[in-house]
Ligand binder design. Structure first.
Ligand code: HAM
Length: 428
C-alpha cells in the first residue's frame, strides 16, 4: 500500500530500539562531560543563514549544496543547523563566555540537517554529539579532544577504531601550500575527475580527499601539507603526537585528510571503525582545531578545538545492520514481580485504579489491560516471570475481592480488594 504521508526522504522515525542506544550514548557523554567539567548546551535548531555561510564557509559542500534554508514572512534568512560549531561560537560571543575560566568546555547532542544524497551512513536529519574547548591553544587540548571521542566510542564497544590525523596549517602557511599544490594539480588536470577539476578552482585542498579512483595516482604524487607547515604549526603538531604517544593512543598520519569545513586550522582528525561495515558508514567522528572561527564571527582571537560524532552511524554499526526493525512490543514487556489480570468491564475499571495504587506503592507490576482473554494474560504473566498474578474476575469485581495466585505453586487465595496492596507488599 502506498501511503500519502510518510517521513521525508532521508529522515527517520525513531523507535525504542534506537532510542535506547541514544540514551546509552547520552549517558556515556554525560559521564565524560562530568569528569572533564563540560557544560551542556542546547542552541536553537534554526539560526541565521549567514552564520553558516560565514562560519562553515561559502565554498563548502554544506553551504553550497546541503543547507535547508528558508525565508520567514518577515524576510529573515534562516537555516536548519547543518552542524553545531558555528552556533557554539555564536553562543560563546553572544553570552560573553570569554569571561569564563579557560578553556570554556561545552558539549551537546541534537539533530542536524543536511540535504545530502541519502545512502549508508548519510541521512538528511541526523544527530550529532560534540565536545568543544574554547580559549586555549595548547596541543594538549587537541590530544584530549581525540581521547574523549576515542574513549566514548570504545566505551560503546567499538574494537577496531582508527584515528586519522593531519595538520592543515594556518593562515600563515596554508596559502603558500595551496599555491604549490595548485601548480602541481594544474599540470595534471586532465588526469583528475570532473569534480576535482571544479575543486581545483575553488579549493585545491579538497582534491586531496577525493575518493575517485581516477584521482589516486595524482594524489599519491602530490605535495603534502605536513612538509610545508610554518614553525608555529609544526611546534603545535609535534607535541600533539607526543601527547598521543604518551596516552598510548595510536593514530594514522593521513596527508589526504583535509575535512570539508573552512574553519579548521592546524589539527584535523577523524575516527572510523576499520571494518567493511565501518567503511560503508564513513567516519564516526570528526573534528579539529578552529582558531579563527570566533574572530571570523566578530569576536577576539580565540583558539578552539572540538569534534562531533554521528549518532545514527554509531547505532547502525552497533546494531550490526543497516535495516531498522522495530521491536515487537510483546518482546518489550520486560519483567514484573506481579501481574494484574482482569476479565469483564467492571473488573477492567477496578483494575485501572488498582494499577495506580500498585504504582504508587512501587510494586513492579505488569498488566494485560489491552487483552480480554484470561489465557492470553496468563501467558503474558508467564513471559514476564511474574511471581504473583492478581486476578480480578467478574465475580471478584462485584464482591470487591481479588485472587492472589502464586505462579510457582499454583496456590490461590481471595483477599479484599482494599487489602491487596498491603498483602502483596508483605509477600514480596
Ligand atoms: P562533520 O565531519 O561534518 O563535522 O560531522 C561530524 C560527524 O557527523 C561525522 O563524522 C558523521 O558521523 C556525522 N554526520 C555528518 N553528516 C552526516 C549525515 N548526512 N548523516 C549521518 N551522519 C552524519 C562537523 O560537523 C563539525 N562541526 C565537527 C566539529 C566540532 N569540528 C570542531 N568541532
Amino acid at each position: 500500500m502506498s501511503l500519502k504521508f510518510q517521513t521525508v526522504t532521508g529522515m527517520k522515525d525513531l523507535f525504542e530500539t534506537e532510542l535506547a542506544y541514544f540514551a546509552k550514548i547520552e549517558k556515556l557523554c554525560q559521564n565524560m562531560a562530568d569528569f572533564y567539567g563540560f557544560q551542556k548546551i542546547q542552541t536553537p535548531i534554526l539560526e541565521q543563514t549567514e552564520l553558516f555561510e560565514k562560519g562553515t564557509g561559502l565554498t563548502t559542500d554544506i553551504v553550497e549544496k546541503e543547507m535547508y534554508s528558508l525565508r520567514t514572512k518577515g524576510g529573515d534568512g534562516l537555516t536548519l543547523r547543518p552542524e553545531w560549531t558555528p552556533a557554539i561560537a555564536r553562543a560563546y560571543l553572544q553570552h560573553g563566555l570569554s569571561a569564563w575560566p579557560k578553556p570554556v568546555k561545552l558539549w551537546y547532542l541534537g539533530p542536524c540537517f543536511r540535504h545530502e544524497r541519502p545512502q549508508a551512513g548519510r541521512l538528511r536529519q541526523f544527530h550529532q554529539f560534540g565536545f568543544e574547548f574554547l580559549g586555549v591553544q595548547d596541543p594538549m587540548i587537541d590530544a584530549l579532544t581525540i581521547q574523549i571521542f576515542y574513549n566514548i566510542l570504545k566505551g560503546l564497544g567499538f574494537r577496531n577504531l582508527v584515528v586519522d590525523l593531519n595538520s592543515i596549517g594556518c593562515g600563515a602557511c596554508r596559502p603558500y601550500f595551496k599555491k604549490t599544490l595548485n601548480n602541481y594539480l594544474k599540470s595534471r588536470q586532465s588526469s583528475l575527475c570532473a569534480d576535482c577539476r571544479v575543486r581545483l578552482k575553488k579549493n585545491p585542498l579538497r582534491v586531496l580527499d577525493c575518493k575517485e579512483e581516477k584521482c589516486e595516482p595524482v594524489k599519491k604524487g602530490a605535495p603534502q601539507m605536513i612538509d610545508h607547515l610554518c614553525k608555529d604549526c609544526h611546534d603545535h603538531f609535534k607535541p600533539l603526537l607526543e601527547y598521543l604517544d604518551e596516552l598510548n593512543l595510536s593514530y594514522n598520519l593521513n596527508p589526504y585528510l583535509v575535512r570539508g569545513l573552512d574553519y579548521y586550522t592546524k589539527t584535523v582528525f577523524e575516527i572510523r571503525e576499520d571494518t567493511p561495515e565501518g567503511a560503508a558508514q564513513g567516519a564516526l567522528a570528526g573534528g579539529g582545531r578552529y582558531d579563527g572561527l570566533v574572530k571570523m564571527l566578530g569576536g577576539k582571537d580565540t583558539p578552539a578545538c572540538g569534534a562531533a560524532a554521528g549518532v545514527e552511524r554509531i547505532i547502525n554499526l552497533l546494531k550490526g545492520d543497516k535495516t531498522f526493525s522495530p521491536k515487537n512490543p510483546e518482546d518489550n514487556e520486560g519483567t514484573a514481580e506481579v501481574f494484574l489480570a482482569q476479565v469483564g468491564d467492571l473488573a477492567k475499571r477496578k483494575a485501572l485504579k488498582l494499577l495506580e495504587e500498585l504504582r504508587v506503592a512501587k510494586v513492579k507490576v505488569g498488566e494485560g489491560l489491552h487483552k480480554d482473554s484470561l489465557g492470553n494474560q496468563m501467558r503474558l504473566a508467564d513471559k514476564m516471570q511474574a511471581k504473583y498474578v492478581l486476578i480480578l474476575g467478574q465475580k471478584e469485581a462485584l464482591d470487591d475481592e481479588i485472587i492472589i495466585r502464586e505462579m510457582k505453586s499454583g496456590s490461590q487465595k481471595n483477599v479484599p480488594l482494599s487489602k491487596v496492596v498491603q498483602e502483596i507488599k508483605k509477600r514480596l
